[in-house]
Design a protein around this ligand. Structure first.
Ligand SMILES: C[S@@+](CC[C@H](N)C(=O)[O-])C[C@H]1O[C@@H](n2cnc3c(N)ncnc32)[C@H](O)[C@@H]1O
Length: 326
């Protein structure tokens, strides 16, 4: 494939910013947990020298195939390995000797353009296909099965929380009405049901199915649970000076990342009016991005997906001096 083919597969968001935030060392150990089309991984691998290692993981087999093809063409003296795994399967696949030695960890959350563009994956409300939406098609419950099994109340909650959808109740009611007649198994069928349930004003403002599909994607792929697990594992795995870089596309995810980094930097749980800390929890490092890094205007024009991207980075230290925190 040419680089244009790779870009069509998935154009990495905040690519240079992510690699800069990782401050890649030639002989370091790097983990990209969301390999996708291998865009970020290829940039990291290209910076590695003798002794440098990269693990590129993803739960989607098509992503691993694309990454494999891309990484094979990178000029490097470093080595790499592809891993099929979820965040919750991490770090069980990591060699014990590498725990506490990761120099850089990247998670570019959400979906790849490839997943979205392939109608047969079910992510798109614009192309017809089976209502699947699983990143790993070999495991778990499809969106069609989920829609069949949830109560109306649970559907409303799902659409409100994951989709931040205001007409959640009428959409859920329309889904329940329709599934009594026949199961909803195709993407455009669902998109049509949603369009008929929302006020006409919403149909004029954009595709009214967008938020429902997003909510279903997050639920089917357990995205919140996956991220929560990852954030809880990261601190114990990082080397002194190691950096974790996360790119999120949804306010719920960004909030989780922001909160985790705040707690890593200021874990003390003592009441504010205590003269000194008695809980003994020490800072784990420095938050490098008190404000998230966003895409430039140019990138937003070239790649509209980047508009909602927020990059946050944290540097871990075994000892955190007052100078570092300043
Ligand atoms: C935004 S894309 C990554 C694109 C990649 N950075 C690139 O440059 O091509 C997100 C990828 O992460 C994968 N992914 C999302 N959540 C995951 C999880 N919890 N475990 C493993 N892979 C996940 C998806 O399958 C998808 O391929």
């Amino acid at each position: 494939m040419t680089s244009a083919d790779y870009d069509a597969w998935h154009l990495p968001v905040l690519a240079q910013e992510a690699v800069e935030a990782l401050a890649v060392k030639a002989d370091g150990l790097y983990i990209d947990l969301t390999a996708g089309g291998g865009g970020h991984s290829a940039l990291i691998l290209g910076k590695l020298g003798e002794g440098g290692r990269l693990y590129a993981a993803d739960r989607d087999r098509e992503a691993l195939e694309a990454s494999e093809a891309r990484l094979a063409g990178v000029k490097t003296r470093g080595t790499y390995q592809l891993i099929g795994a979820t965040f919750t399967g991490f770090p069980s696949w990591l060699d014990l000797r590498d725990k506490g030695r990761i120099d850089g960890l990247l998670a570019d959350l959400g979906v790849s353009s490839h997943q979205f563009d392939c109608g047969d994956r079910g992510f798109s409300y614009l192309k017809n296909g089976p209502l699947d939406i699983r990143m790993n098609r070999e495991q778990g419950v499809t969106a069609a099965q989920l829609l069949e099994s949830l109560s109306r109340e649970d559907l409303v909650t799902l659409l409100r929380i994951y989709g931040e959808e205001s007409p959640a109740a009428p959409i859920a009611a329309a889904i329940v009405r329709r599934r009594k007649q026949k199961p909803i198994t195709e993407t455009l069928d669902l998109a049509q049901i949603i369009a008929s349930a929302v006020p006409a004003r919403m149909r004029r403002e954009g595709n009214p199915a967008r938020k429902t599909f997003q909510a279903l994607r997050m639920a089917v792929n357990h995205e919140q649970e996956e991220l929560a697990h990852l954030l809880s594992e990261i601190p114990a795995l990082m080397a002194d000076g190691g950096r974790a870089v996360l790119i999120s596309f949804h306010s719920l995810e960004d909030r989780m990342v922001k909160q985790a980094m705040r707690t890593w930097q200021s874990p003390c749980q003592c009441p504010r009016d205590f003269p000194q800390c008695i809980c003994g929890k020490k800072p784990l490092g420095i938050n490098l991005t008190p404000k998230p890094v966003m895409a430039s205007a140019g990138e937003m024009t070239r790649n509209p997906r980047s508009r909602s991207a927020k990059l946050r980075a944290f540097e871990f230290h075994k000892e955190v001096s007052h100078e570092l925190l300043r």
